[in-house]
Design a protein around this ligand. Structure first.
Ligand code: GMT
Length: 384
């Protein structure tokens, strides 16, 4: 199949998932065209078979306070779909990709081209941004106008049905990981860069947005540190809340125990030197970062919001807590790092459970869905 994928190019989970999906589809022999404002981070200038990139150039003009990206994207999509003869368009994150896809579809229809559009809902496009009155009517309309809609968890599907008036079925296709890339590969020399062999490492990975509640990570760490002075914290990623974290750890005299590593492309080796992953998010449709940690044998202590409990199975892969329950999360971390046999059992369960979300199980679900939606579009065109 000749597939177009629209996504955000940055380090957000939706862009990561879309890029990994496109690479996997390319490996399976499909032709994949990424259409985005810049090269998606995980494409990384590496050459991947059957994978192409089309940059959306957004024109500056003195009249524009904000350049209309959605218009530039739709125009680019018309061009790519027409000249690359795409069979299907798959857009990730509804805002504004689903409405740009709708506009594209309407333009192409006038030229006799009928492109099926699939929208994948990722999380904040429903629970935070898309739900805001400034976007909601457009989001609802463009979801309903998509030929197929998928959500990355049951929780996100239910959130979408609760918040919007949705007329069609939403298919749940979970996030995935490649267990050949994410697996425990313990490297003592890497651990030695950040601490001593007997130290325990907590880790957090995100884009440090308010929704991630990164200060809860530090406060949980602070409590754990009172019981286990040999604990360290690795903070991977970057974003708007970072300055608050740095101020907090300076004020509390914790800086010697916390390492801010910034954005990292290949984190499997870093995760593998860690003992517990912290995810105290206020909203989380799935928690791809937690799944990546689990695949590396790292148990997860998290909040119980959104789709997290579908991934982090309480008492098996880690522990889930009410939002903001810092002392509860610290107690759970202590249980895990304070008893080797407990940690071993959780770690092994994480590795086994993560395999249910392996790329080889999930990508065929997307392929089957593409075929179904494409056939339905062909049938409806033939029926006219
Ligand atoms: O919050 C992020 O890290 C980015 C965000 C996005 O849409 O780019 O991630 C969302 O999509 C991921 C992939 O489907 C999910 O694993 C994350 O749970 C989800 N984030 C939220 O719902 C806050």
């Amino acid at each position: 199949m000749n597939i177009g994928i629209v996504c955000y190019p940055t380090y957000g989970g939706s862009g990561v998932l879309a890029t990994e999906l496109g690479i996997a589809l390319g490996e399976k022999g499909h032709k994949v065209h990424f259409i985005s404002s810049s090269l998606p981070a995980r494409l990384n200038n590496t050459f991947y078979d059957n994978v192409y990139f089309h940059e959306v150039r957004n024109m500056e003009y003195p009249l524009f306070e904000y350049s209309p990206y959605e218009t530039a994207l739709s125009s680019k999509l018309v061009d790519v779909i027409t000249y690359e003869k795409l069979d299907i368009l798959h857009v990730h994150y509804a805002v504004p990709h689903a409405s740009a896809a709708y506009m594209t579809k309407q333009i192409l229809k006038t030229k006799g081209i009928h492109i099926p559009v699939i929208t994948t809902l990722h999380g904040t496009d429903i629970t935070l941004v898309g739900n805001d009155a400034s976007y909601a009517p457009v989001v609802e309309f463009s979801i309903n106008m998509s030929d197929g809609v998928t959500a990355v968890s049951e929780s996100l599907k239910n959130d979408t049905l609760d918040r919007f008036n949705i007329t069609d079925e939403i298919e749940v296709i979970y996030n995935f990981i490649d267990n050949n890339k994410f697996y425990r590969q313990f490297n003592p020399a890497l651990k030695a860069r950040y601490g001593d062999p007997e130290d325990k490492f907590l880790v957090h990975v995100s884009n440090f947005r308010p929704v991630k509640r990164v200060l809860d990570v530090l406060k949980t760490f602070e409590l754990v540190h009172e019981t286990y002075p040999n604990v360290k914290l690795l903070m991977i990623g970057d974003g708007p809340e970072r300055h608050k974290l740095e101020e907090y750890c300076r004020a509390k005299g914790l800086c010697n125990h916390i390492h801010f590593l910034g954005k990292k492309d290949s984190i499997s080796t870093l995760l593998s030197i860690c003992d517990v992953f912290l995810m105290p998010s206020a909203k989380e449709s799935f928690g791809l970062a937690a799944l990546e940690a689990m695949a590396c044998g790292v148990p997860v202590v998290s909040s119980n919001v959104g789709g997290i409990p579908e991934v982090n199975i309480n008492g098996k892969t880690g522990f889930v807590h009410e939002l903001g329950d810092i002392s509860g999360m610290a107690i759970s971390v202590n249980k895990l790092i304070g008893n080797q046999a407990t940690w071993d059992a959780f770690s092994q369960y994480c590795i086994n459970f993560s395999k249910e979300f392996d790329i080889t199980n999930i990508v065929p679900q997307y392929e089957a869905y593409y075929n179904r939606i494409r056939q339905a579009t062909l049938d409806s065109v033939m029926a006219v």
